[in-house]
Design a protein around this ligand. Sequence first.
Ligand code: NAP
Length: 483
Amino acid sequence: MIESPLLKQLQGYIDGRWVGADGGDTLAVTNPANGETLAEVPNMGAAEAQRAIAAASDARFPLTSLDQRREWLEAIARALAENREELGRILTLEHGKPLKEGQGEIDYAAGFFSYCAKHVDELASRELEEQPRGCRWTVHYRPAGVVALITPWNFPAGMIAKKLSAAIAADCPSVIKPSSKTPLSMIALFTLLHDAVKLPPGRVNLVMGGAGPIGDTLCEHPDVRVVSFTGSTEVGRDLIRKCAPQVKKLTLELGGNAPYIIFEDADLDAAAENLIGNKFRGGGQTCVCANRILVQKGAAAAFAEKLSARVAGMTVGDGMREGVDIGPLIDRNGYNKVRRHVTDAVDKGAELVTGEIPPELHRDWGGFFPPTVLRGATPEMACWREETFGPLVPLVEFDDEEQAIELANETEFGLASYLFTGDAARAERVITRLEFAHVGHNTGSGPTPEAPFGGMKQSGYGREGGLEGLFEFIEPQTVPRGA
Ligand code: NAP
């Protein structure tokens, strides 16, 4: 069982108090590196979600000044920075990613609170310069009301930071539901919100457990004005249906199927190096991970060699161990999906270039998947159509620019994409035509607190981060005043 000063209370949090599930039910949190139970946390449901919404609703007024919001945001960023090592440890134990990545995620999370603190004045009311219709016009950036924040397991701290920083900046009380696979990082964050930041009761509430009953309550309750969800497209679609009767606003950060395009004129070493950082972060379980690697024919053999040499030097193992590059996948379902993608591709003619793990890491319950490179992947394969969410690199060859663009766009997703070329004019032509909200040019870099991030097509709508993200939970209100 996990021991931590940030997990003294293994409970939910409603109206400023730590609380268990009504029936005393719990659910187990598993360490994906060894299958052991780390903790039992409350398995809450609709009744607890209702009470959390009521507490948040009561906390909406009086409105909070911009100065107070800035103070809270700065205090949260500080608390995260001061506790980065312990928070990173908790995160690694429940998620599996290497410890340095776990701690890096805490820095990333703190960045969203700092950014919102720095720019919260953008939400000050403003007077229009013009005086249409003979009136003086004021635009107020009003809080939307109670917001529901639902987060996935793959970034247990990063994803809530994006949402909660914007909610606090907008002055919206929140009800938060973390993934049942990684609730401990959220409980640790709430410990800091309660002990160090001392947010007033009702401003932030934590319910965990049954996704169905909690999710339905958040979608159906009229006091919840925005549901902000990060997770799979399948669940996103379900939430759209459930929010439709009340025309409830949704922010949806959904799945991806990122193309990573390498032209013959690219620096192949840089393309390989960046792919390692991009693809294997979180064991390949990120929405912005390259999923389809498109290499121009003339560079295919050389690139496969450069990549394989780097992959061969990577160490798979328990993320808590020094020197580990890739931790276990989150659970057996995750493992089976990657396995299916590899088998399907090989059955359909792909060549396995590299992909072996030491026998001692084979586990019935888990978890550990080798970084795997395939050559000769094609659009007929499951690894091309579906988000693999694991350390698999399928290399697909293309002839020319036109074909690369066509192949890259051949997906219902539109989240992240990457392009490596030394030709600036080509880069501009290709970027303009890629139907993805994020296009890395000669970099595998993903989102950052300073820039807006979100999806096109079925990767969702709304933006998090950047100035655009500050407005996600805002309702502009106009007040014309006559003479
Ligand atoms: P998921 O299964 O959709 O779950 C996400 C969250 O939704 C969890 O908290 C889950 O709770 C909850 N949930 C499940 N069913 C629900 C329902 N019917 N109503 C309300 N909430 C429900 O996704 P995941 O497996 O955790 O995350 C992986 C996915 O997230 C990938 O597709 C990835 O691409 C996407 N993602 C996207 C972004 C982005 O920025 N676009 C970022 C990160 C991840 P339980 O855990 O309790 O089931």
